[in-house]
Design a protein around this ligand. Structure first.
Ligand code: NI
Length: 213
């Protein structure tokens, strides 16, 4: 296997598929996840090539774009076969991608391979922090949700995007598998907490910084 060539081909393939995606799962999300996954893989002494492959393909045929499990398996198998990726790696890539997605909070599956854990950490890191905030509102807008509904009694992310921080994003830091991701997650978690606090302060026109301390 010429790993460099495989990565080049698969990168071009995924880029073409995801470039125009508008819900925060565009090509640049995949590119960030790939880069973070490679850094974590180095830290963990894991196979960087396998992690990069999984990261590149992790959103290429996701259920949120309307693909069924069968269609996703077919598509990923096809592209890996075309690039002569061996059977062992292909099996793992498919296993991880089929099981790593959050699926609206219903995913209870714990990934069994280190490569899977690494890419899941990288994917979750991209959901939090400054970029995570931007992606969350991009996604909420695309799904037709308002930014914030002050009349809600409890968080409901089918109604407003703001709730999504409480139903999902603020919980992600506790689910990180690797120590590197845990460290970065702490920092990004704090960015979200500051943002949420400032958002509510501005919303309530409490403009004086000192007043809220
Ligand atoms: Ni993703």
């Amino acid at each position: 296997m010429d790993k460099e060539k495989i990565i080049q081909h698969i990168e071009a393939y995924v880029k073409k598929r995801l470039m125009k995606e508008e819900t925060g799962h565009d090509w640049w999300h995949t590119d960030r996840v790939r880069k973070t996954a490679k850094i974590i893989a180095h830290h963990e002494g894991a196979d960087v090539f396998v992690c990069e492959l999984i990261a590149l393909l992790h959103d290429a045929a996701d259920h949120k774009f309307g693909y069924t499990d069968d269609e996703r398996v077919h598509l990923i198998t096809e592209i890996l076969e075309e690039n002569e990726v061996n059977q062992e790696i292909t099996t793992e890539v498919i296993y991880v991608i089929n099981n790593m997605s959050y699926k609206s909070g219903q995913n209870k599956h714990t990934l069994k391979t280190l490569h899977g854990k690494i890419v899941q950490d990288a994917d979750r890191l991209d959901a939090i922090g400054a970029v995570g905030i931007a992606r969350t509102f991009a996604y909420g807008g695309a799904a037709g949700r308002v930014m914030y509904d002050p009349t809600l009694d409890e968080a409901d992310d089918s109604i407003d995007t703001f709730s999504h921080f409480y139903t999902k994003l603020l919980k992600l830091k506790n689910g990180m598998h690797t120590s590197y991701a845990r460290k970065i997650a702490e920092e990004r978690h704090e960015i979200m907490e500051v943002f949420l606090r400032d958002f509510l302060n501005e919303w309530n026109t409490n403009n004086t910084k000192n007043e809220r301390e």
